[in-house]
Design a protein around this ligand. Structure first.
Ligand code: PHE
Ligand code: ZN
Length: 878
């Protein structure tokens, strides 16, 4: 964080609000361009605030019409008003009622924060600071109020009128006007407020909670899409049941509603009782959604529902504590998915994702702590570090103190802090109390940015029959944090003997482990009674979010790949061998030296296609090589994305040549027979089939391409179609063009299919990709105001296409910077997110690095840069 930035907000400058707001009565008269909002606020001085303070309510671009205190109009000179603030120098020193009327224009709101329109419907997005675009307010998460919301509007245009809580009253006003009043009894911060109005279809169901209360469930979608809402509805019920069983948490209103909207900046939002979703994460049918879509919908519905307790009932004191709700809720949704589907597969997917996105962030100029201590723009802190690393920290905590203590700590947290706005310290104190442990050092996980590197050296002493593990931890410097202190790193391990079984772990003459806490810079663990050198299975189940550098040999890893009883490490072993090889191959390739063949790796991957392997989803993970980004990160500096791509393609072709028979057999065996079902086992079979086809078509091999094309043509569900199209799209063949043209006739069905078509073309590692992306921006269907379209076409190019974004001529960088410049005023949040493509620019080889820097500097020099974009540009250039 740049110290000179005047907007910088600091954790250590936190002060309680000088005033509190107990109740909010909102009266919203809908109008497409002039919606009138009257807010009646019951305000009183906060006993913990300053006694003689002025009252400053924040706004964002507001237009004040009237204001009164206890019924008496305020005249302009009683007030200090601007679009961004309403200030009363001398407010009453006891409780009073402040009434404010503002007019907002939802149709002109392209930022999609505050009240805006999505395909004709009205909706709101208030997290983090959108409520201030509706009315002047103490728009901070530690001000909790009870809301009553009256919505009035045209009956024909808005038959549906929704807000948080329970429906209290409805009425017809004649002349095409009607109203609804919603009351939410649970005090909440303004960021959880929501309002939706429009002409929407609804799917209804019911859930009976563990204490027997009946809850009405409603999913609102655009008319005609009701049959695509059933999977979301099933996911709501599953989530409600799971939170009761896993955490004892019950739902607390008469109704739970989900609304799908097509214009949305993020994935979804946990507004109390009224979750608003990007429709991409609600709508699914076999004809329009892939296996991945079904899984995402289930996980995101769960995530938002779980926020009801971790986020809503207990919220954050300030935005520095964002991981208090997000890291914890991601952990909870990961556990939910693990219970609903395959636990090892979920773990592997989460770790792949963590490494490719969060490790990359942590290694570059945008690195920040899980709980940052300063920010210039909070919107830019909804990051993989807050979410995914935040979840890993919770997982480590559980690994460290054990499952029972973890549950006891969660129970205590819910009991003690219900209805409060909390800090990380208050959360952690619950676990310290139930476990009796000292968490002072553990808290460094929240404060220190960067991925710790754990270097492991192993030695076997045949004579003494000891096996020693020496672990050294080092966290690299990150922006603003030149030196780091040792963390508490839980190391879960096993020592695998020659028969493939785990050896008993004996330390100091007593049984030990399997989890060891590494707390010092160097920790030595001496295992006794070890006659022959075992294969060390380290960080089982990925017990800590660290990078491991070990002297475990490829031979030992390949042994673990076959025998480790920890499924995560069976997968990891193969990945590590592949990654080591890819890094060595890139060096050879760039030095124009021959690349060595690797039959053993092919053998390990070949096990995935053995007909005896019944867990197909797991096998598909074994079959997938590390991504190009993983190789880039492992190399770390002077990165040449073209060399990585070339070498990885060669390795795939080599594996294909060695496994041609089993791959073809697997593709045949796994061909779809019955009707489509999105369940985890069926999806797993399809995933393994694609892994086989991807290898078979490596390098654009004619026979493989033919097979994939045949699948494309015969596909009877969207998963097969999209996966085949994707596999075809990476090679410049006539089949590719034919399939892309054919798919174009399908997306008239739905914009979400158009998005899939965009993503596939934008991520193709082909030299004409950028020209195509530019052409598609002018094609019908593309809309710069719709974040899903922007992310699918431009985001996929920037963040999902390493070779073409990093074109040697720098055109990729200039292109993304150009789009960011255009979006800077239209939708600064989406613009700033696109810039994330530059998060690893410093590790590139010098010529690309210079071109990336030129593009960033051009942006930095632009006048009127939004705070969102300026913050990322400044930190990226740091
Ligand atoms: N709080 C949302 C979630 O993670 C994410 C979000 C943040 C949505 C900001 C919109 C705006 O569940
Ligand atoms: Zn969340």
């Amino acid at each position: 964080m740049r110290a000179e930035d005047p907007r910088t907000i600091r954790l250590d400058e936190y002060r309680p609000s000088d005033f509190l707001i107990d109740t909010v009565e909102l009266d919203v008269r809908l109008d497409p361009t002039a919606t009138r909002v009257t807010a009646r606020l019951a305000i009183r001085p906060n006993p913990e605030g300053r006694a003689d303070a002025a009252l400053t309510l924040v706004g964002d671009g507001l237009n004040l019409v009237a204001a009164s205190i206890d019924g008496a109009d305020l005249r302009p000179d009683d007030l200090d008003v601007s679009p961004d603030q309403l200030k009363l120098a001398n407010p009453p020193r006891g409780p009073f009622e402040l009434t404010i009327t503002t007019i907002v224009d939802p149709s002109a709101n392209t930022r999609l924060m505050g009240l805006y329109r999505s395909n004709g419907a009205y909706c709101t997005q208030c997290e983090a600071e959108g409520f201030r675009r509706i009315t002047y307010f103490l728009d901070r998460p530690d001000v909790l109020a009870v809301y009553t919301t009256r919505i009035e509007g045209s009956k024909a245009e808005n038959p549906v009128l929704l807000s948080n809580g329970n429906l209290a009253e409805t009425g017809d006003l004649g002349d095409d006007r009607h109203f609804a009043v919603w009351h939410d009894p649970h005090p909440k911060p303004s960021y959880l407020f929501a309002l939706v109005a429009g002409d929407l279809g609804v799917v209804e169901d019911e859930f009976v909670t563990m204490s027997g209360r009946e809850v009405a469930l409603k999913v609102f979608v655009e008319h005609g899409k009701e049959d695509r809402a059933t999977h979301a509805m099933e996911s709501i019920k599953a989530s409600m049941r799971w939170d009761e069983q896993a955490f004892g948490r019950e739902y607390d209103l008469d109704v739970f509603m989900v609304v799908a909207v097509s214009y949305f900046n993020m994935g979804a939002m946990e507004n109390k009782g009224l979750n608003v979703f990007n429709d991409k994460y609600v709508l699914a049918s076999p004809e329009t959604a892939t296996d991945g879509d079904y899984a995402n919908i289930e996980a995101i519905i769960a995530h938002e529902y779980f926020h009801n307790w971790t986020g809503n009932r207990i919220t954050c004191r300030d935005w520095f504590q964002l991981c208090l709700k997000e890291g914890l809720t991601v952990f909870r949704d990961q556990e939910f998915t693990s219970d609903m589907r395959s636990r090892p597969v979920k773990r592997i997917q989460d770790v792949r994702n963590l490494r490719s996105i969060q490790f990359a962030e942590d290694a570059g100029p945008l690195a920040h702590a899980v709980r940052p201590n300063a920010y210039a723009e909070i919107n830019n802190f909804y990051t993989p570090t807050i979410y995914e690393k935040g979840a890993e920290v919770i997982r480590m905590l559980k690994t460290w103190i054990g499952g029972d203590a973890f549950r006891a700590g969660m129970d205590l947290y819910f009991e003690r802090h219900d209805g409060q706005a909390c800090t990380i310290e208050q959360f952690i104190a619950c676990f310290a109390e139930v476990s009796g442990r000292d968490f002072a050092q553990f808290l460094r996980w929240y404060a220190q940015a960067g991925t710790p590197v754990v270097t492991i050296r192993t030695t076997h002493d045949a004579e003494a029959k000891t096996f020693t593990i020496e672990a050294t931890q080092k966290t690299p410097a990150t922006p603003g944090q030149p030196s780091k202190q040792p963390m508490v790193i839980p190391l879960a391990l096993g020592l695998v003997g020659q028969d493939g079984d785990d050896l008993p772990l004996v330390v100091d003459g007593a049984p030990a482990g399997p989890v060891f806490a590494l707390t010092d810079e160097t920790t030595r663990i001496v295992f006794e009674d070890i006659a022959t050198r075992p294969a060390a299975s380290l960080f089982r189940n990925f017990s800590a979010p660290v990078k491991v550098v070990s002297d475990v040999t490829d031979e030992e890893l390949l042994f673990l790949a076959a025998h480790d009883r920890d499924p995560f490490n069976r997968w990891q072993a193969t990945q590590t061998v592949a990654l080591r090889k890819l890094v060595a191959d890139v060096a050879a390739f760039r030095a124009v030296r021959p690349i060595s063949p690797e039959p053993k790796l092919a053998e390990a991957i070949g096990r995935a296609f053995d007909p005896a392997e019944t867990d197909c989803a797991y096998a598909a993970q074994i079959a997938a090589l590390p991504a190009e980004g993983d190789v880039a990160r492992e190399i770390g500096e002077n990165v040449d994305p073209d060399a990585i791509h070339a070498v990885r393609s060669l390795l795939k072709a080599d594996i294909r040549d060695r496994l041609a028979g089993p791959l073809a057999a697997a593709a045949d065996r796994l061909a779809e027979t019955g009707p489509y079902s999105p369940d985890a086992a069926s999806a797993g079979r399809r995933a393994l089939k694609y892994a086989a086809l991807d290898l078979l078509s490596a390098g654009g091999a004619a026979e493989g391409v033919e097979r994939v094309f045949a699948l494309y043509k015969s596909a009877r569900n969207m998963t097969d179609k999209v996966m085949a199209l994707h596999a075809l799209s990476i090679h410049a063949t006539p089949e590719r063009e034919e399939a892309l043209t054919d798919f174009a006739t399908l997306y008239s069905r739905d914009p979400l299919l158009l998005d899939k078509w965009f993503v596939i073309q934008a991520s193709a590692p082909l030299p004409d990709t950028l020209d195509r992306v530019e052409a598609l921006m002018a094609a019908p269907g593309f809309d710069m105001r719709n974040p899903n379209r922007v992310r699918s076409l431009i985001g996929a190019f920037g963040s999902g296409n390493p070779t073409q974004f990093n074109r040697a001529d720098g055109r990729g960088y200039a292109f993304i910077a150009g789009v960011v410049a255009e979006l800077n005023t239209l939708n600064p949040q989406v613009a700033a997110r696109l810039l994330g493509a530059f998060r690893t620019w410093r590790s590139l080889e010098p010529e690309r690095r210079a071109r990336a820097e030129t593009a960033l500097r051009a942006l930095a020099a632009m006048p009127d840069l939004s705070p969102d974009v300026a913050d990322i540009v400044n930190r990226a250039l740091g």
